[in-house]
Write a protein that binds this ligand. Structure first.
Ligand code: MF3
Ligand code: CO
Ligand code: CO
Length: 284
């Protein structure tokens, strides 16, 4: 008997893991978070997204884990790097499409001052998946871009606060959507979080919008991601001809944060918290 298997599945096909499985998810999540921590000092004008991905691929190897994205549905990179109006699944090393109000002048995939970017990394350690993404900034950025980043991170944390047995997946989406829209920003509908554990993407789809009390009931032992994408403009997105890069239709700025979490008896355990203590909630 393989003791790494989930205990059971709900009617909705959501896997339920045991208390003994949390340690594997923590170990995987902490490797992902450590790599995201290490990227900070690299993010400077002139650095290319291809170089950032090469660093991530090397660290994945050195840390003795496996990239979940290399070879996934034909994807070839150890990360997704999504700049400015790219919503998600930006391809490292690819020429960055020009956004609204953006001056021409970016050379291919290099970062320039004022850019905001999401870096999304998923590793597999001992068969467990750790999936997380964060925002980074290049030099000084505009105040509205800073606010978008702050609101998106707060939205993720409000979503996580709604995680406890007896609440529903709709409660998570509702917490995120009501907060974001009160800030006059919008929640992307076209992409969602997902169950994970021994596989990359499993049921349920974790929507970042919705009605309180709707959808499946949360149970102790569920593992999933919450990964809201928030736009300064309209919520609609479209995927470019490369089949991956999703951008905002109105070319407005977009931000995203992602954590992998597990439902405990009383709330949520975040598997992908920063070992360096970055993005911890400030005391009020
Ligand atoms: N890490 C992404 C997620 O949050 C998935 C990336 S799949 C890839 O689910 F192929 F684009 F890398
Ligand atoms: Co994910
Ligand atoms: Co991810």
């Amino acid at each position: 008997m393989n003791t790494d298997q989930p205990l059971r599945e709900t009617r909705e096909g959501i896997q339920i893991f045991g208390p003994q499985h949390f340690a594997g998810m923590t170990a995987a999540g902490q490797v992902t978070a450590q790599i995201l921590d290490e990227l900070g000092p690299m993010i400077k004008p002139g650095v290319t997204t291809g170089e950032i991905d090469a660093y991530i691929e090397r660290r994945v190897e050195e840390l003795g884990v496996v990239s979940a994205t290399i070879g996934y549905k034909g994807y070839k990179h150890a990360s997704c790097i999504s700049l400015n109006h790219v919503v998600c699944h930006g391809i490292p090393g690819a020429k960055v499409p020009k956004g609204k109000n953006e001056k021409a002048g970016r050379k291919h995939d290099e970062l320039i001052e004022g850019d905001i970017l999401n870096i999304d990394v998923t590793v597999i350690k001992d068969g467990w998946f750790g999936d997380s993404s964060r925002m980074y900034t290049v030099g000084p950025i505009k105040p509205f871009a800073q606010r978008l980043i702050q609101v998106t991170h707060d939205a993720l944390m409000f979503g996580i606060e709604a995680v406890k047995p007896g609440n529903t997946f709709g409660d998570i989406g509702f917490a995120i959507q009501t907060y974001v829209e009160a800030q006059r920003m919008s929640v992307v509908r076209d992409f969602c979080g997902h169950g994970l554990g021994r596989v990359f993407h499993s049921p349920p789809n974790v929507l970042h919008y919705g009605r309180a009390g709707s959808k499946a009931v949360l149970e102790e032992g569920m593992f999933f991601t919450i990964e809201p994408m928030v736009n300064l403009g309209r919520p609609e997105s479209k995927v470019l001809g490369d089949g991956w890069t999703a951008i905002t239709r109105d070319k407005s700025l977009s931000a995203q944060f992602e954590h992998s979490v597990g439902v405990t008896a009383t709330g949520a355990e975040i598997f992908t918290t920063s070992p360096a203590g970055l993005f911890q909630k400030q005391a009020a």
